[in-house]
Design a binder for this molecule. Structure first.
Ligand SMILES: Cc1cc2nc3c(=O)[nH]c(=O)nc-3n(C[C@H](O)[C@H](O)[C@H](O)COP(=O)(O)OP(=O)(O)OC[C@H]3O[C@@H](n4cnc5c(N)ncnc54)[C@H](O)[C@@H]3O)c2cc1C
Length: 276
């Protein structure tokens, strides 16, 4: 059975007791479905107009759950969103960016989801809704519970990602390392958001790293150590990255990943400081 409601209340009604799969772009759902065994029922949320909208104003930014990576990359947003926009352009290929959505990336809960570090740096909150309990808001850091695990209940849909106002002088940058340029799973990725004073010294830093732990994380220790430093002079010591727990696999060893992240942080911090 294929449900394609155009109204959120209808979708929440279907989601109640739903024994099937919610889809948006389907770019995670269909490749991971066993061949010849598609989901028994599908709830496609891409017909719900409100979920396809982005709004940006003084009270924050709201990105509808079914907004695609191409929409984000093309939307007029301030420099503090550059890490998210740069990540959008790194998700797969143009075809994937045209179909894949921000909520799909979050709900799939891959450690290598490129959208997550920029959203952590933006202090983003996931808005979810159900017919039984209404709307609740969950910080991205609490929404992602582990590999392929989220805080979403069975009868809930993600309706939006909400970003609180960001200081006007904050710049942002995203760095991704893969084994080739396009269509590649991240070996490591880093998002940085940086504010500097008139002398160019760092006054606020937000650093988030993905693909180096079951869930991408912020690095509060590193963020604190950056205060007062000049971006072009700082060196990130791998020993400051103790919260990370990268694995050894075919794409890179633990030590290699930590070395790369340290360099990615330095590059992302300089780029973010320059575009604030
Ligand atoms: C060739 C290829 C390359 C890729 N490259 C990258 C890459 O470089 N970086 C990267 O991060 N990802 C990559 N991906 C993964 C994927 O494209 C992204 O994660 C994308 O953002 C998923 O969005 P979607 O709308 O297609 O999700 P879907 O496949 O539709 O759904 C994914 C999950 O989210 C759930 N879901 C979707 N919307 C909602 C909602 N509103 N409420 C509740 N649950 C919901 C679904 O039930 C499912 O569990 C790639 C995929 C492919 C096929």
């Amino acid at each position: 059975m294929y449900h394609a409601p155009s109204d959120l209340n209808d979708a929440l009604n279907i989601a109640r007791g739903f024994d099937g799969k919610i889809i948006a772009g389907g770019t995670d759902v269909f490749p991971s479905a066993q061949q010849g065994k598609p989901p028994s029922a599908i709830l496609d949320v891409t017909g719900i107009k409100d979920l396809k909208q982005i709004s940006h104003g003084a009270d924050g930014t709201r990105i509808g759950a079914a907004v695609t990576w191409s929409q984000i990359a093309g939307f007029d947003l301030p420099a503090s969103f550059d890490a998210l926009k740069q990540a959008a352009l790194e998700v797969g290929s143009l075809q994937i960016q045209n179909a894949g959505t921000i909520a799909g990336n979050l709900c799939n809960a891959s450690p290598a989801a490129d959208g997550v570090p920029p959203l952590l740096a933006l202090n983003a909150v996931v808005e979810v809704a159900s017919q039984a309990r209404g709307v609740r808001q969950i910080p991205v850091s609490e929404f992602l519970l582990g590999v392929r695990k989220t805080a979403l209940e069975a009868d809930e849909l993600v309706t939006a990602v909400v970003i609180p106002p960001v200081p006007a002088n904050m710049g942002a940058a995203f760095e991704k390392l893969g084994s080739r340029k396009y269509l590649v799973i991240s070996i490591t990725m880093t998002a940085a958001m940086i504010s500097c004073d008139a002398q160019g010294r760092i006054t606020e830093a937000r650093i988030a790293v993905g693909a180096c732990s079951p869930v991408a994380i912020r690095l509060p220790g590193s963020e604190a150590s950056l205060m007062g430093q000049m971006p072009s002079e700082l060196r990130v010591d791998p020993s400051h990255l103790g919260a990370l727990s990268p694995i050894d696999d075919v794409r890179g060893s633990k030590g290699y990943r930590l070395d790369v992240v340290a360099r990615q942080c330095e590059r992302a911090i300089i780029r973010a400081a320059n575009n604030g």
